[in-house]
Design a protein around this ligand. Structure first.
Ligand SMILES: [Zn+2]
Length: 322
């Protein structure tokens, strides 16, 4: 009954978005210059990924997780919903400076939501692109509050000029902002609690400043000091480098040198193709997957074989539950 799951992307259109899901990820977008987020895998209340291909086409991720937790999540069965949200972001403008609470603070400040730890993988960085991750060395809560109050937040933020292929891990409680020019893949806890600390002193579409959430936001900042791109580590699986291991997820970069076997280990695997093309062997009849395609391998399936197709080196991201 279960099979590898391809979902229909859910687009979020905001002023800061662009059209690079079309130019970089091969998406067929309707007109508009504001495609900001493409939600690839989500099971959060009304936001539901819908299966696009195969016997389960039309079913939602939430429905599958709640009806067949064992088949979908394996040893993580029993969770009320799929705990992670995976998306692509196209930032044509700087995003606001924000922070997400950790689980304990999230539950207290905005129940029933939890905290949000996230990680970004830079797919493309226009020359000069920046992002902000953490605070400069020595900046404490009082210094941050003073800088925010005086509209000079940028002076206390740690800034990075990332390259494509960089991964930045943002534990809950870390001040952060994605800058103009970046296209990133983001894995995060499926929570929507965001406190906006600073909006670059600009105004929203109605000409007024967008609201800030200074009090709750400052309370949510629990991670001080700068955050640098992660140092990937080798794994026992040749071609797989671990980017992030945290309580909520494992995040890996995969460059298969030949047929690559994945799954069959009682947990689900979320795969996103970043470069090249791969085919999933077997009876599934799935089309080869190129850049920007995401597939979820349910825990109940046997190990699957992915085969690079064509001359271009394939590169994937893989997420498993922590
Ligand atoms: Zn965030």
């Amino acid at each position: 009954m279960l099979h590898p799951l391809l979902f229909t992307p859910i687009y979020r259109r905001y002023l800061w978005g662009g059209r690079r899901f079309a130019s970089l990820l091969g998406r067929d977008l309707p007109p508009g210059e504001d495609f900001a987020e493409s939600w690839e895998v989500v099971d959060r209340q009304a936001d539901q990924s819908v299966v696009a291909h195969g016997e389960l086409a039309g079913r939602t991720l939430g429905d599958l997780v709640r009806r067949d937790g064992r088949g979908m999540l394996g040893r993580h069965a029993g969770l009320p919903s799929f705990p992670l949200l995976f998306k692509f972001l196209d930032a044509a403008r700087d995003l606001s400076v924000q922070v997400h609470p950790d689980d304990a603070r999230g539950a207290r400040l905005t129940p029933p939501d939890k905290g949000k730890t996230e990680a970004w993988y830079v797919i493309d960085a226009a020359p000069g692109s920046r992002l902000w991750a953490g605070l400069k060395e020595g900046v404490d809560a009082a210094a941050l509050a003073a800088a925010l109050g005086q509209g000079r937040c940028e002076e206390v933020l740690h800034v990075i000029q990332p390259q494509s292929g960089d991964c930045i891990f943002i534990p809950a409680g870390t001040v952060h902002a994605i800058g103009a020019g970046l296209v990133v893949a983001e894995i995060q806890q499926s929570s929507d609690v965001t406190y906006r600390l600073h909006d670059w002193n600009r105004t929203g579409p109605d000409g007024k400043p967008r609201p800030l959430h200074l009090e709750k936001g400052l309370e949510a900042v629990t991670h001080f000091g700068p955050v640098s791109p992660v140092r990937a580590t080798a794994t026992s699986d040749e071609g797989v480098r671990r980017l992030v291991a945290c309580d909520h997820f494992f995040f890996d970069e995969v460059v298969p040198t030949g047929p690559w076997h994945v799954g069959g280990d009682d947990t689900c695997h979320l795969l996103a193709v970043i470069a090249g093309e791969v085919a999933i062997d077997g009876q599934w009849g799935l089309p080869p997957l190129g850049p920007g395609r995401t597939v979820l391998i349910p825990a109940g399936l046997a190990a699957q074989t992915l085969r690079p197709v064509g001359d271009r080196k394939a590169k994937l991201l893989r997420v498993t539950l922590g």
